[in-house]
Design a binder for this molecule. Sequence first.
Ligand SMILES: [Fe+2]
Length: 213
Amino acid sequence: MFLAGKIRERINAELSPERAKHIFAVEEEAQALCKILNCTEYYEDLSYAALLHDITKEKDYKEQLKLCEKYNIVLSDEDILSPKTIHAITASAVAKNEYGMKDIICSAIQYHTTGRCDMTLFEKILFIADYIEKTREETACKYAREQFYSEIEGVSDIESRMVALDRVVLLSLGQTIKYLAEKNLYINSGTFNARNRLCLSIYPEKNNYQKKD
Ligand SMILES: [Fe+2]
C-alpha cells in the first residue's frame, strides 16, 4: 500500500482538512462494509476508490474543464446540466491516467455521485460509504446510516445484508431526488435509472415486475 500512502499525502497537501477528513472516513466506511458484506477481496481496491473519489472536488468549473481537455473527456449535455457531478468524471480520469487504477475502481469513482442503472456491488459500496460515513452531519445521511445499521443488527446471513445494502442505496437515491426536485434542480438520468432498477429488484410485487431467469 505504498501508493495509498502517496495518495494520502496528496489529499492532505491539496485538499481542505474537511474534505480530507471526509475522504478518510469514506475509506473507513467502505472497508467496514466490505467486512459486513463478506467481500474483503475488495478491501484494497475500495481503499483506492475511496481515496481518489473526491480528489478533484475542490477544483472550480474552469479547472474541471481543463482536466476534461487534458484527459480527452467529452462532457454530455447532462454532465453540464449537473455540474456538481463533473468532479466524479475528472476524478475517475485522474485515477486511471495518473495512478493506472483498474476499471472497477475508475467506474465506481465515475458513478459515485449520480449512481447508474445496475450498479455493481463495488459501486454500491463506494456510493453508500460516501453517503453514510460517520462524519456526515446532514439529517438525510444520518437517517440512512441509522436505517442500514439497524437493519443489519443481529442479521448474519449475507443475502439479507445485501438486501439491506440495496435498501439503503435506494433510500439515499430517493432522498437525493427529493432534495434536487425541491430545489428545482436538474436530476441526472443515472440517478433515476439507479433508483428505478433497485426499486424493481427489491419490490417486484409492488411494481408488478416478473424477474426473468
Ligand atoms: Fe465524497
